[in-house]
Design a protein around this ligand. Structure first.
Ligand code: CS2
Ligand code: MN
Length: 358
């Protein structure tokens, strides 16, 4: 298990790498060329600069999150092959740099969706929350304004202004793209990527839909085990993998996460581990990582990773805003550092039990 944290890069992340270096057991960061838009080719020099900066803090880049996929690919526009070529070029530059894990998602228009990014819990911690009833009152074309209002001046990943400025146009692109078409567009994309992944040993890690059901009537294909299995089987290559995000899959109570981990054994190069608490159907709030604080059993989840021989990159996902920290919602230092301690503790115990105790 390669314990990592997400870091948004110089000028974007408020947390210095030297602080991350002090988190026990942390091997590196997953990061991106923040500010680059989906479809752009990543320059080798920019990748190298980012690598050098991370290395100078004594850490490594353990993966890219995300190399975003242009909507022309998801919606099967005529320019899709051009954007796939660009994607392949960026992958080969990452491969040349020795970076072998690439996370992406295939959600139309939006990345993750939440109604609140600073929902106050009873202990005063602020967390992300979701309420389908509230989403149902929001005009999808104005969801960017809602996000801007709740994101406290930070640019949330996937919600970059340049991208969501033209929401109406984006929605139009997906008219006529149902979940079957979206699935076939993903398969077409993955088949094109496999040769370059094979050459460099790159493992693609599809992030599940978040929440794991259709939002604003947009199609979704990666929200449950049948959907994920269909994707890994359609392009049956070890480089076609899944980001096992417990918090995204866990939005659906009928998703049993340890079972999903077992069923996808060997195809999970990347894990996002976080907890959430279900309140009423269609409504949830994120919680501390501790099992007792949410609806997911973190011991059972980490045990499933352990028992399936997981050797990929694992990071805590969203943290709560605590101790008056001012940071990007979900990505402060304090709660994610606490999560690293907790997840490492579970992992150490599993390892020692696995070897007959120590
Ligand atoms: C992240 C996603 O915040 C989150 O839930 O896990 O934003 C994730 O980075 C993207 O969906 C991956 O492309
Ligand atoms: Mn995630």
């Amino acid at each position: 298990m390669i314990l990592s944290m997400r870091w948004f890069g110089p000028g974007h992340d408020t947390i210095p790498l030297r602080f991350l270096r002090q988190v026990p057991g942390l091997k590196g960061v997953v990061t991106t060329l923040y500010g680059s838009l989906p479809g752009e080719v990543w320059e080798a020099a920019a990748i190298r600069r980012l690598q050098e900066e991370v290395a100078s803090a004594g850490l490594a880049i353990t993966g890219i999150e995300s190399l975003n996929v242009h909507d022309a690919i998801k919606a099967e526009l005529k320019e899709r092959d051009h954007y796939i070529d660009n994607y392949i070029t960026s992958l080969s530059r990452l491969g040349e740099a020795g970076i072998k894990l690439v996370c992406y998602n295939f959600m139309p228009v939006f990345d993750f969706t939440r109604t609140e990014l600073a929902h106050l819990r009873e202990d005063g911690a602020a967390v992300f929350s979701y309420d389908q009833a509230v989403i149902d009152t929001i005009d999808p074309g104005r969801m960017n304004e809602h996000m801007e209002r709740i994101s406290q001046g930070f640019v949330m990943p996937g919600w970059e202004k340049e991208r969501v400025r033209e929401l109406q146009r984006l929605f139009e692109l997906y008219q006529g793209v149902d979940s079957e078409a979206l699935f076939h567009n993903l398969v077409y994309f993955l088949k094109a990527l496999m040769p370059v992944c094979q050459r460099y040993g790159i493992r693609m890690a599809l992030h599940p839909d978040d929440p794991a059901w259709p939002v604003f009537g947009l199609p979704r294909i990666a929200g449950d085990l049948p959907g994920l299995l269909r994707i890994v089987q359609a392009v049956d290559h070890p480089s076609n993998g899944i980001t096992l995000c417990t918090g995204s899959l866990g939005t659906r109570r009928d998703n049993y996460i340890p079972g999903i981990i077992h069923a996808l054994q060997g195809r999970i190069p990347y894990a996002h581990v976080r907890n959430l608490r279900h309140t009423v159907p269609g409504r949830f709030e994120e919680s501390a990582h501790l099992s007792a604080d949410g609806s997911l059993d973190m011991y059972a989840i980490m045990k499933a990773f352990y028992d399936t021989g997981f050797d990929g990159v694992l990071r805590p996902d969203h943290g709560r805003a605590i101790f008056d920290e001012v940071a990007m919602p979900g990505y402060g230092l304090y709660d994610r550092a606490i999560a690293c301690g907790y997840l490492s503790g579970l992992w150490e115990a599993l390892g020692k039990q696995g070897k007959g105790g120590a």
